[in-house]
Every structure is written in C-alpha cells, then in structure tokens.
Write a protein that binds this ligand. Structure first.
Ligand code: ACM
Ligand code: ZN
Length: 660
C-alpha cells in the first residue's frame, strides 16, 4: 500500500510538473524553469517607463532598442530603486546566490512589471522573455501602427541548466561577412545562448588577420570559387576578418552576453596555413597547392575538403611553436574568452610517418606512436597558451596519446570524448555529431536544398541526451554545457545556413536551458510553430515542412514572356522570409532562373537575384529567399521569376511557396 501511495505521489508530482509550467501555453522558448499565469494583462505603451538600478540601465537600453522598430517609439528609462507603475528592474542578491548571475524573476501585474535579476545577464534574459510574452509582431523590423502591446500577468522564475550554451560556425569552408556574424549573434542571444565558437581556420581558408604573418590571409584566405566550376567560374573565392572587424564583433557579442571562442585548428586541417607558409610542411610532403591554385585545379567541381591524408604541419619543426606563439599573442589581445581552441581533430599522420624531422622528434622524445607525437605537439601548444593566461580547448582527439588534465575537451564524436574527459577529471563541452551537427539532413522533403549525408531531424536533436544524468555530481559538474555546429562545405550562402540551423538550434537552446526531465517533444513542436513566427518577423530563413503549390510553368510560355508571373495575394500570411522553390517535373530541357521577386501593386518590394537552375535529376540553388519586411494586407502581390529554358523548350514544372 505504501508503495502504491508513493507511486501515486510520484505520478502526481510528474503530472504537476508537466501541467504547472504555463510557459508552454505562452509559447516561451526556451521554456523557463517556472511559469505561473495569473489573470489580467500588462499593457505596454508610450507612457511606460523603466526604472532600473544603477548598473542595469544599459540592459534596459538594449531592450528599448530591440523593440523600438516595431513600436515606433522609445520607452523612457530612469535610474532608480522603486516605482509602482511601468517596469522596475532591480538586482536581487538572494537570487544571485541561489541561481547565479544569469537568473531572473518576473512578477507581471496589471500596473507593474517587477524584474529581479542575479546580474546583468539575468536582466538581458528577462527582457528576452518579456519580448516573447508580447505579441509576435514585437519582432517586426518596421513600425506597426495600431497594435496593442499586452502581455499576460504572470510569475516567472528562470535560470539555465548549463553555463555553456554554444554554437559553432565554420567560416573557413564558406566565408560570411561581419553583418552575418552579427545577425547570428542576435539570434543566439534571443535564445539565451552565450558562446559563439568561431571556426576561423581550416584547410579551405584562413579567415583571421594576423598582423605578424600577413601572408596567412594574403595567400591562405583565397582559393578557387568552389561553387560552379562546371559553369566555367574560376574566380578567386575567399575573404577574412580584419582585426578591426574582430574587435567590433567581439564587442557586439559582449553586449549580448556572448563570449567568442576563437579556433585555430592545428596541427591538422592546416592546408591553408601550409599553402601560405610552406616552411611548416613536413619534408617531402606534397604540398596541398591544388586547393588554392586556381589555374591548375584537378579537383574542380568536387568537394574541396579532400586531401588524401595530407593536412598536418610538421611536428618535428621547432619553428612551428614560436610561430604559433606569435598567433596566440594576437588572439589574447583580441578575444577576452578564457579559452583558445586549437582544434586538434582528424590529424592525418601520413606526412609525419614519412618525415625525417617528425621521426627524429619521436626518437628524441621517446614517443612510441604518432598519437603520442600529437599529444606532445598539443602539450607544447598548451604551455604557450597557459603562459599567456588562457586555457587550451580541443576536439576530443586530443585525448589520444595522453594529455594534461588542465585542457578542456570538446566532444564531437558523440559524447564518448566527454565521458572519457570527465573520467579523466577534465572539463568538457558536448558538441556531438550525434545530436548537434546541423549541416546534416533535417528532412526527406525533396524541396529541401541538397546537403551532407546523414540525418539529424529536429526531433533527433531535441531528444538527444548529451550526457547521462545519473553520473555522480562531481563528474556532472565537469560538463560545462552543450554546443551545436554548422560545417559549411555544401551550403554556400548564409540564407542556407539559417535554414540549416533553425529550428534545430531551438532544440539545442532548450536542452541547454531547462531542467533535466522537463523536455516533451509533442509539446515542444507546437511551441516551435509559434516561435518561428517571431523569427519570420526578424527575417530569419528557417526550415519549415509545409509548402503550397502556387502555380505551374511550361518552358514554351516562360520563354515567350522571359518570366513566370503568379498572383500570390491570397497566399501571404505575415511579414517574413518566404522560401520559393522552382521545381522541374517533366521534359528533357532545363530552366535557368534568376531575379525571383515579390511585386506589390506593380512595384518590386523584395528580391533574391541569385542564379539557379532546375532540370531532370539535377538542381542548382533553386531555392529563393524573399524577405518581405512588411505585409500590406489590402495590396495585390505577384511572384515574378526571370526564367528561360536551356537544351530546348521541352519542360514544365511547379512553383512552391513556404510561408512563415
Ligand atoms: C570535427 O567535426 N572534425 C570536429
Ligand atoms: Zn614533419
């Protein structure tokens, strides 16, 4: 009987846990720890003023700036301790000592929103939650007159599960400009993510200016355009961030409570480095010139990350270490992050095994294997990094061959690196390719752009358990947190990156934030559908499954008009980034596509001009991203596509629209 009572009690607690969190009803994401909705609503208008404790005024200013575009006005802010109306933002030492500086508590009444915070971070996150509590349109980038900005009265208590809630972007395979990095930071911050891991260096391009070694970027930042060699495009491709860019981005991130973790991947993944500085190649190594030599490029059109076992700098060359120290000196000056990530993954050791200098090093240092040579190399890097006041972080391969306990392990091959690290007493971040590698396929929808092999659906990402929760506390405490990654060899433009990352990063941020045992896939899906509308207003190109066929085309008619025109007035639901796919269904000819636009009352209002094509069994960039910043419900909208067939005019197909 006692057992039954206990079991019933347990069930009640579980049910209570599932029902009590009203954050589900309110579509909050990530879900706060505790939400209790009360009757009534708080109305935000021009007269609403924020009273903020000294030290929190800056956080209030950020919120005011975030919502100003939709409101069309700025809320007033005064420094102070108390008020009975509007918004009160105050420190709460009790909260800080219990739940840390990222914690916050909201008490929303009819006249007063009281925000208590553990620290500035908590204030920033409280405001992100308030933004989500307001109508979706608060995310609009343009003023929406006539809206009422109300939120439900509620009590909320919130703090994160993990201190490290990261996202890694590979800007080596594909480069992006500083504005896209800032956009990424904006969206991360809204989701209470706080580490941006910048994969700045890899085989395919060196993307950070190092003043001491200008040729790293003069040479290593450029290669042949990977996109369309079959179409004869042999233009130089690449780019890099100047130190000025980096300082600006680091400050931008700091403003959003995001730390930027820089990665210099070494000794492997170093073809760009070796091409720029061939003196660091092993003796007798065939240098990886073909990636960078645009005139003579035997791999044209093939994936450009294949190197047949040749990607490592020489581990027997003593000059490598002072060279690396020169880089570290500049990194320390640029990045406040306490870690420097040195990669250390997938080191191809064939060169080392054939190199007299590497072999001599092994003999001199009594190293039994090339794994031990790698560990020797990493330990020397660690000494340099420690000397400059930072800690070394590396991918889980650095565990091989023996490594110091002071290094921190980023586990990418599932979580086995993390488990090994904590067994070893080392700190770790779980950045698993089993849960959080978002360049993998997310759907079998044939309209989705082509990507890497492998499947990682939103559900898989959401349900992935980064670390067994039944480990002893002192081991779990070594898990700093979790991180997702986007590797970019097959997605050649930032709109596609957003499409790959959202909504899957919602799964990551929620796992990183909410208490263990609170996740529920069925319920999460509903919240995602609502939450996506917020991202639409911001112009984020997220993936969604549902599309509508808005029209069909036939090459003969298309050629006569040089255009496809479709009335879509009835299809448009809200402002946001629409996806348009032009699909080929029949015929031997193919269709070239360019300048896909929304035309409002005869005037173009949004455009994606890139070149694409569709033909039997072969498509090239045939998804278009149309950013409609404002939807005028009374107007007439037409979808216009510049198009013309090739290889004759025997083909036809359909046009699909993905709405927010
Ligand atoms: C990795 O995916 N090579 C870290
Ligand atoms: Zn060597």
């Amino acid at each position: 009987m006692r057992k039954i009572v206990l079991a019933l009690f347990a069930v009640l607690i579980l049910m209570n846990g599932a029902i009590a969190n009203d954050g589900k009803k309110l579509n909050l994401l990530p879900l706060p720890v505790k939400v209790n909705v009360k009757g009534g609503a708080f109305k935000l208008d021009k007269d609403c003023q924020i009273v903020a404790n000294e030290g929190l005024v800056k956080e209030a200013q950020k919120f005011v700036k975030q919502i100003k575009p939709a409101l069309g006005y700025e809320l007033g802010i005064v420094e102070g301790q108390t008020t009975n109306f509007g918004i009160l933002l105050q420190y709460d030492n009790d909260l800080k000592s219990k739940y840390g500086k990222e914690s916050y508590q909201l008490n929303i009444g009819n006249d007063l929103v009281k925000i208590s915070v553990g620290g500035e971070e908590g204030a920033f996150y409280a405001f992100q939650t308030i933004r989500q509590l307001l109508p979706t349109k608060i995310y609009s980038r343009v003023k929406l007159p006539g809206e009422t900005w109300e939120m439900s009265c509620a009590e909320i208590l919130d703090y994160p599960r993990f201190e490290w809630r990261g996202y890694m972007l590979d800007v080596s395979r594909t480069f992006c400009d500083a504005d896209y990095v800032k956009h990424t930071l904006d969206i991360m911050a809204e989701h209470k993510m706080n580490v941006f891991h910048w994969h700045l260096v890899d085989n395919n391009g060196w993307r950070i200016e190092i003043k001491k070694y200008p040729w790293l970027t003069d040479v290593g930042a450029w290669r042949m355009q990977p996109g369309y060699p079959q179409r004869g495009d042999t233009t130089r491709y690449g780019g890099y961030y100047t130190q000025e860019d980096i300082r600006e981005i680091v400050a931008y991130a700091k403003d959003r409570h995001i730390t930027i973790l820089p990665e210099i991947d070494i000794p492997g993944h170093s073809c760009a480095l070796i091409y720029a500085m061939p003196e660091f190649a092993c003796k007798n190594a065939n240098k990886p010139e073909y990636i960078f030599n645009f005139k003579d490029f035997p791999q044209r059109g093939k994936p450009f990350q294949k190197h047949e076992g040749t990607n490592a700098v020489c581990a027997g060359n003593d000059d490598v270490f002072p060279f690396f120290e020169g880089i570290v000196e500049e990194l320390v000056d640029l990045f406040p992050c306490e870690y420097i990530h040195i990669g250390g993954d997938e080191v191809k050791k064939e060169w080392w095994e054939a190199c007299p200098d590497c072999q001599k090093r092994m003999k001199d240092e009594h190293l039994e294997s090339s794994d031990e040579l790698q560990a020797y190399f990493i330990k020397r890097l660690e000494k340099i990094i420690n000397k400059h006041g930072k800690y070394l972080m590396g991918w889980d391969e650095i565990l091989e061959g023996g490594i110091t306990k002071s290094s921190t392990i980023m586990s990418w091959r599932g979580n086995r690196g993390a488990i090994a690290a904590i067994e070893n007493g080392q700190k770790t971040v779980v950045a698993s390719n089993r849960g959080y590698y978002f360049q993998k396929d997310q759907t079998d929808n044939p309209l989705h752009p082509k990507k890497w092999p492998g499947m990682m659906t939103l559900k898989m990402a959401y349900e992935y358990q980064p670390i067994p929760t039944n480990l002893p506390k002192e081991k779990l405490d070594l898990v700093l947190g979790i991180q997702s990654a986007l590797w970019t060899p097959f997605t050649n433009k930032p709109d596609l990156w957003d499409l790959a990352v959202y909504p899957r990063n919602f799964a990551l941020c929620e796992t990183a934030w909410i208490p263990v045992g609170e996740k529920n896939w069925e319920e999460f899906q509903n919240r995602v559908l609502n939450h996506q509308l917020r991202l639409a207003y911001e112009g984020v190109a997220y993936w969604r499954e549902e599309s509508v066929k808005v029209g069909s085309w036939n090459a003969k008619e298309v050629n006569r008009a040089d255009k496809i025109s479709i009335d879509i007035s009835k299809q448009l639901s809200q402002a946001g980034k629409y996806l348009v796919v032009i699909d080929h269904t029949k015929g031997n000819a193919g269709l070239n596509i360019q300048n896909v636009s929304f035309v409002k009352d005869g005037k173009p209002v949004a455009l994606d001009y890139h070149f694409g094509s569709t033909e039997e069994g072969k498509d090239l960039d045939r998804m278009y991203f149309i950013d409609l910043q404002y939807l005028d419900k009374g107007a007439q909208y037409e979808l216009q596509i510049d198009a013309h067939s090739f290889n004759g005019d025997d083909c036809q197909g359909d046009v699909y629209l993905f709405q927010p």
